[in-house]
Design a binder for this molecule. Structure first.
Ligand SMILES: [Zn+2]
Length: 412
């Protein structure tokens, strides 16, 4: 989970007030009350191991205190009794290169306004389109955005045309130069290894991609599902810290052998290869996920793989992806870990304070409530009936975000 390269762009050092996690504030009758207290919710912060009923106090853009009875010293209180208070979510895999890529979803509407404060675009931009990605996406949206740079200079412009069908579009020098010039954004590389993307060249392209990632000191994210070869063959090329996206895909060459996770997959995990759930339009099978979870196999990163093709269904958003895995038997706290501190560490965003609730840290908070049971689809059109996690309060740097309704309601 350690990023290959430590990066600390954008944020200034944090000065820490004299409160500690879980402590009663030192002075209840302080002359400067907290700006806002979220009172009475259950705080789940996997980074610190907190899972308890506590208040969260915010002053300015920082968390001022986490403890009991903080509302007594608040300028404003929001009663979140019965709700769950989480760190602002971190999306480990999405497609938000809006306007340039046909698959780009709007970052703010699809993510921030649904409780996600930081997100990694997974290979929508390549070296030749990166300048536009930086200007139109990273710099134009209020949430923190990083990326896995597509190894093809073209990036993922249009799903109908595989970006590596011409293998010459993998130009290591261009990818390396882009990563080196933009360490605040490029946190890894991405290759889609499906046959319709790489043709017959999967092996030389994968080898080149691993070598490129090695040279840059960054992880490689590998998209599976409909690869030319079974997964164990592909896994042999990956290094510790590399990431397999779509681990619950129902497409050929997935992680299962019958009801069990293949030994080669378990072995890859044991040597440090990471697995990302990356729901997407076509890569979450409830049946695969149910069996894998029953076999003790949770993803290392729980992501939505949001895109313009799926953000109005079947994916909707990251919280819906979390809700689905919880419904299939994954513990809520473990799901939250994989959508907060785990991707923050993978992406080097923990150094900027993302992925956790910490006194003195960023006031990024996502409060969720459980809805009544609804029908939720997977990528193949199978459904489950389960409660859904819905954001009710989202704080981004201490400011309240205008939440948009769940998009599943519009088609209901
Ligand atoms: Zn994707």
């Amino acid at each position: 989970m350690t990023p290959h390269r430590a990066t600390t762009p954008f944020t200034e050092p944090v000065s820490r007030p004299p409160f500690t996690l879980g402590a009663i504030p030192m002075s209840i009758s302080s002359e400067s009350p907290y700006d806002l207290v979220l009172a009475g919710g259950t705080v789940i912060d996997p980074a610190s191991g907190t899972n308890a009923r506590l208040d969260v106090a915010v002053t300015g853009d920082r968390i001022a205190a986490i403890g009991e009875g903080l509302a007594a010293n608040a300028s404003r209180t929001i009663d979140v009794t019965g709700s769950t208070v989480l760190p602002g979510l971190v999306e480990g895999h999405t497609h938000i290169f809006q306007y340039v890529s046909a698959v780009g979803a709007p970052a703010e509407e699809a993510h921030l306004r649904r409780g996600v404060v930081a997100a990694a675009d997974a290979g929508t931009a390549g070296a030749s389109t990166f300048a536009a990605f930086r200007k139109l996406v990273v710099e134009a949206n209020p949430l923190r955005i990083v990326n896995f740079l597509n190894v093809s200079v073209l990036g993922l412009i249009d799903f109908r045309f595989g970006e590596l069908l011409n293998p010459d579009t993998l130009v290591p020098e261009d990818a390396l130069a882009t990563a080196e010039a933009h360490p605040d954004i490029v946190r890894g590389f991405k290759i889609r290894l499906s046959e319709d993307v790489v043709g017959e060249n999967w092996e030389p392209l994968l080898k080149k991609s691993v070598a490129l990632a090695e040279q840059a000191g960054l992880p490689l994210m590998l998209h599976i599902g409909e690869t030319a070869e079974p997964l164990p063959v592909v896994l042999d090329y990956l290094r510790p810290g590399d990431i397999v996206a779509h681990c619950y895909t129902g497409k050929p060459h997935g992680i299962l052998d019958g009801d069990r996770v293949q030994p080669a997959v378990t072995a890859a995990r044991e040597r440090g290869v990471l697995f990302d759930s990356a729901h997407g339009k076509s890569n979450l099978s409830f049946e695969v996920a149910r069996r894998a979870i029953a076999d003790g196999f949770l993803p290392d990163i729980l992501s939505s793989d949001t895109s313009a093709r799926n953000w109005r269904g079947p994916v909707f958003d990251l919280l819906t992806s979390i809700s689905k895995l919880v419904a299939l038997g994954a513990p809520l706290e473990e799901c939250v870990r994989r959508a907060t501190v785990a991707p923050a560490r993978l992406l080097g965003l923990d150094a900027e304070g993302y992925g956790r609730l910490e006194v003195g840290g960023r006031a990024d908070v996502t409060v969720v409530t459980e809805t009544d049971e609804v029908t939720l689809p997977d990528a193949a059109g199978n459904t489950i009936v389960a409660p859904r996690l819905e954001p009710t309060v989202v704080l981004h740097g201490g400011a309240e975000v205008d939440i948009v309704p769940w998009r599943g309601l519009q088609s209901a």
